[in-house]
Design a protein around this ligand. Structure first.
Ligand code: APR
Length: 217
C-alpha cells in the first residue's frame, strides 16, 4: 500500500494508455449528493438538484481527460456531476436523472422541458419514466457492452466512492484486474472488493485525487 499524501504526483498519467475512473455515490458526496449506504445515505432532507456542484475531484478528472489520449468515466451515478464538470467520455451505467424515456416509442428525452412533467406523457401519449435503472431492471445491453469494452482495454483503473455491493457493476474491478490493469481504490471505508486492488487510498475523493495527480489548478 503506498501512502499518497507525502508522495505527491505518485501517478504519472503519461505512463498509462487507457485510464478508467469507475465512480459511485461517494464521488458525489462532497458535492452534497447523499450516498445510498453508509452515513447519511439516501435522499431525504433536501433536493440536491437545486444546488449541488461538481467538486475539485470532478474537475481534476475532466482536466485529465482534456490532457490525455484516453480517459473514460464509467459511473453508477445518475446526478450528471461529471458532465457538469466538463467531462465528455462518460458511460452512465444506471442512466441519468436528467433524462426521461418512453419504453413504448424507445426514445430518450433530455428533460430540460418541464412540460413533460405536467403529464409525464411522450408526444405519442405514452407514459414517460425517468431514464434510470431501477432495482431489478437490467442494464441497457449497449451501455453494459460499452463499459465492458472500455474496462477491458484499461491499464489504469481507479475506483472512487463505491461500496461494490451492486451487480453487475461490482464485477468491473475483476474485469480490469484480469486484463492486467493497475487497480487503485479511493474510499474512506473498505468496500466489498478492496482485496482486489493494488493500492487502497482511505480518504475522500477530492483529497486523494489531488494527492495522486496533483492540484488541478
Ligand atoms: N469520497 C470517496 N468515497 C466516499 C466518500 C467520499 N467523500 N463518502 C463516502 N464514500 C464511500 C462510502 O464509504 C461508500 O463505500 O462511497 C461509497 C458509497 O456507497 P453506496 O452508497 O453503496 O453507493 P454506490 O456504490 O454508488 O451504490 C451503487 O446502488 O443504490 C444503488 O443504483 C444505486 O448506483 C447505486 C448503486
Amino acid at each position: 500500500m503506498f501512502t499518497p499524501p507525502d508522495d505527491r504526483n505518485s501517478i504519472h498519467p503519461a505512463d498509462y494508455k487507457h485510464i478508467v475512473f469507475f465512480t459511485g455515490a461517494g464521488m458525489s458526496a462532497e458535492s452534497g449528493v447523499p450516498t445510498y449506504r453508509g452515513k447519511g445515505g439516501v435522499w431525504h432532507k433536501y433536493s440536491w438538484e437545486d444546488y449541488a456542484l461538481p467538486h475539485a475531484g470532478h474537475e481534476l478528472i475532466s482536466n485529465l481527460e482534456n490532457n490525455h489520449e484516453s480517459v473514460w468515466i464509467i459511473t453508477q451515478n445518475i446526478d450528471g456531476m461529471h458532465q457538469r464538470a466538463g467531462s465528455k467520455n462518460i458511460v452512465e451505467l444506471h442512466g441519468s436523472a436528467w433524462r426521461l424515456r418512453c419504453d413504448h416509442c424507445e426514445i430518450v428525452i433530455d428533460d430540460h422541458n418541464p412540460e413533460h412533467y405536467n403529464n409525464w406523457k411522450c408526444d405519442n401519449d405514452h407514459w414517460l419514466r425517468p431514464d434510470i435503472v431501477w432495482f431489478n431492471d437490467f442494464l441497457i445491453p449497449a451501455v453494459a457492452q460499452m463499459a465492458d469494452e472500455i474496462i477491458s482495454k484499461s491499464d489504469l483503473f481507479i475506483s472512487i466512492g463505491t461500496s461494490g455491493v451492486v451487480w453487475p457493476a461490482a464485477g468491473f474491478p475483476q474485469i480490469a484486474s484480469s486484463n492486467g490493469a493497475t487497480l487503485i481504490e479511493i474510499n474512506p471505508e473498505p468496500s466489498e472488493q478492496s482485496g482486489l486492488y493494488d493500492h487502497v487510498l482511505r480518504g475522500k475523493a477530492s483529497d486523494m485525487l489531488k494527492a495522486i495527480f496533483g492540484n488541478p489548478n
